[in-house]
Ligand binder design. Structure first.
Ligand code: ZN
Length: 235
């Protein structure tokens, strides 16, 4: 486990060299908010950050319903029973094992690994809502209800698996041989490219993702990655 920091954002990484999975903590004025809980072990590190900052943890919000982003939630909830857990309304159905597509969605099967255990969810949210300091930006493609969180003060974008930085920056659905899992688990690449463009339009100063290191001033690399994804060639 490693903890890295950018302004008020902490990135905790599990298995940094083998199968890196990230969890984030955003330090707000009065309290902390946590993003993604892929493995139980993150909870101890989050506890450490709570201790270090002296601020209470308020919520855990999930970028999407894949197991590697939610599997640690039941244990987390045992340790932090008072903390509210939220996910997008759309992906909350996936957690209930309802994989039916909605009318306006591309007719492609939802992919990827979903949790075997019940994930305790206290609230759902939709695009455009603010959860404390973070704006919810719908960014489907990897899953139908995947979201990103944007912190406007430092222009930090926490994009879940809409992008990956492990193995070089790539839009979800583009194969990177060094880390092929996000591609394998992506529902609809075309939708993912549209979402990637929407995220680029936010002009983030920092891009943080589910798998790989944070990227400062990511715009040029995001543009390139989108071009590659639009080219349709596997790279
Ligand atoms: Zn993932």
């Amino acid at each position: 486990m490693i903890i890295k920091r950018y302004h008020n954002l902490y990135q905790i990484t599990f298995l940094p060299h083998l199968f890196p999975i990230n969890c984030f903590v955003v330090e707000q004025e009065a309290d902390l908010i946590c993003i993604d809980m892929g493995v139980s072990k993150f909870t101890d590190m989050v506890k450490e950050i709570v201790h270090q900052t002296g601020k209470p943890l308020n919520k855990l919000i999930l970028t999407h319903a894949h197991g590697d982003h939610v599997n640690g939630t039941p244990y987390f909830k045992k340790v932090f029973p008072e903390v509210l857990v939220g996910i997008s309304k759309r992906d909350s159905y996936l957690l209930k094992k309802d994989f039916r597509l909605q009318e306006d969605e591309p007719d492609k099967p939802v992919k990827g690994g979903f949790p075997k255990n019940i994930i305790p969810i206290d609230f759902t949210f939709e695009s455009g809502e603010f959860i404390d300091s973070l704006e919810v930006i719908s960014s489907p493609g990897h899953t139908p209800g995947a979201v990103s969180f944007f912190e406007p003060q430092h222009r930090m974008l926490i994009a879940g698996d809409a992008f990956q930085t492990r193995g070089g920056l790539a839009v979800s659905g583009v194969l990177k041989w060094q880390f092929p899992f996000p591609k394998i688990a992506t529902w609809d690449r075309k939708t993912a490219v549209e979402s990637a463009k929407k995220l680029l339009d936010l002009s983030p100063e920092l891009l943080a993702v589910g798998h790989g290191n944070m990227l400062v001033k990511p715009e040029e690399q995001m543009k390139k990655a989108i071009k590659v994804a639009e080219g349709g060639r596997k790279k």
